[in-house]
Design a protein. Structure first.
Length: 329
């Protein structure tokens, strides 16, 4: 998840016509894109990810870059090295100084990132919230994200089926205050209790796989009869799988995780994870660019867009190759 953005340019008439025509015609192009800035488009945009090195955001960037290229937009990709508002804020401030035409941003905290992102909006940039959101988000022209609460409920149903409909379950989350993972944990907890599972709580890994592994080992010491774990993102899943392996519990405890990075897919194939809730980050990125272009062209935008997800298992993985996230475009 990564860092900064660009200046603004004056749209040429032909470029505007071509961009508008492509938007109307619909999805021309694929989901391959540049890892950095796009071509020489007249509209200048920045995608500020939650974490630059996360395959979820890399895949989102791939989708956004492909759509930007199709629409003749220049797109820069930035993000901090950790999902942390104290690291994302200075990047946002640097973006504000460069005044892009539009900003696509995944806030790393629903409260702490309000001021730096609002500053960019107040300076005239169109803001699209992608993946995560803010508690006060009225100024954004669009918000695009997965149905995170629904995905958490789907994860609970998948885990219930894996453990025979009863037993203790636990959540490894990232940190409080992240809109997406908070909703996933909420949906999971509510659905797990509804299904009759014994919910024993949640702990936070701070996006650190080593910490997630330690959390799982501590939870196993406290609840040796634990049956299932829900990991709310790929780093939580990676660490949870390591914690089970190190505890020798990989055969007796099942893991369902959000996200489908290459490491998670390998763990799924190897039997360390049993199911993945794969989001559609490339679609989020592409739609983010589309909504920003519409706003810049003075056209109506869709205030809230929810993208879908698919439950991946070892058995259906071959049928859903496009659901796996990318490590590069």
């Amino acid at each position: 998840m990564r860092i900064t953005r660009l200046g603004r340019g004056k749209p040429a008439a032909l470029a505007a016509v071509l961009a508008t025509a492509c938007l109307v015609v619909a999805a021309c192009g694929d989901d391959n894109g540049d890892g950095g800035g796009g071509g020489g488009g007249s509209k200048k945009m920045t995608l500020l990810a939650g974490v630059k090195g996360d395959e979820f955001y890399i895949t989102m960037n791939c989708g956004a870059q492909a759509e930007a290229k199709k629409l003749g937009v220049s797109l820069d990709f930035q993000g901090p090295d950790q999902f942390d508002p104290s690291l994302q804020t200075p990047i946002a401030n640097a973006i504000a100084a460069k005044k892009p035409d539009a900003l696509l941003v995944a806030p790393t905290d629903s409260k702490a990132m309000y001021a730096p992102i609002k500053q960019i909006s107040d300076a005239g940039s169109k803001v699209v919230l992608v993946d995560t959101t803010l508690d006060q988000s009225d100024f954004a022209v669009s918000q695009i994200a997965s149905d995170n609460e629904g995905g958490g409920r789907a994860a609970a149903r998948a885990l219930a089926a894996l453990i025979g409909g009863k037993g203790k379950v636990f959540v490894v989350n990232v940190k409080p205050g992240i809109s997406t993972t908070d909703l996933r944990a909420k949906g999971f907890e509510e659905e797990a209790k509804k299904l009759g599972l014994t919910y024993v709580g949640v702990d936070y890994s701070n996006d650190q796989p080593d910490k997630a592994a330690a959390i799982v080992k501590a939870q196993l010491a406290k609840n040796p009869d634990l049956k299932g774990i829900f990991a709310t993102n790929l780093f939580s899943a990676e660490g949870s799988a390591s914690g089970l392996r190190e505890s020798g519990k990989q055969d007796s405890v099942k893991i369902v995780s959000f996200d489908a990075g290459p490491k998670q897919v390998k763990d799924l194939k190897d039997g360390l994870l049993q199911a993945l809730v794969a989001q559609k980050p490339a679609d989020i990125g592409a739609q983010g660019v589309q909504q920003a272009v519409a706003a810049l062209d003075g056209k109506p935008t869709t205030k809230v867009i929810k993208t879908g997800s698919v439950i991946l298992t070892k058995d259906n993985l071959a049928e859903n190759p496009d659901a796996v996230y990318k490590s590069s475009c």
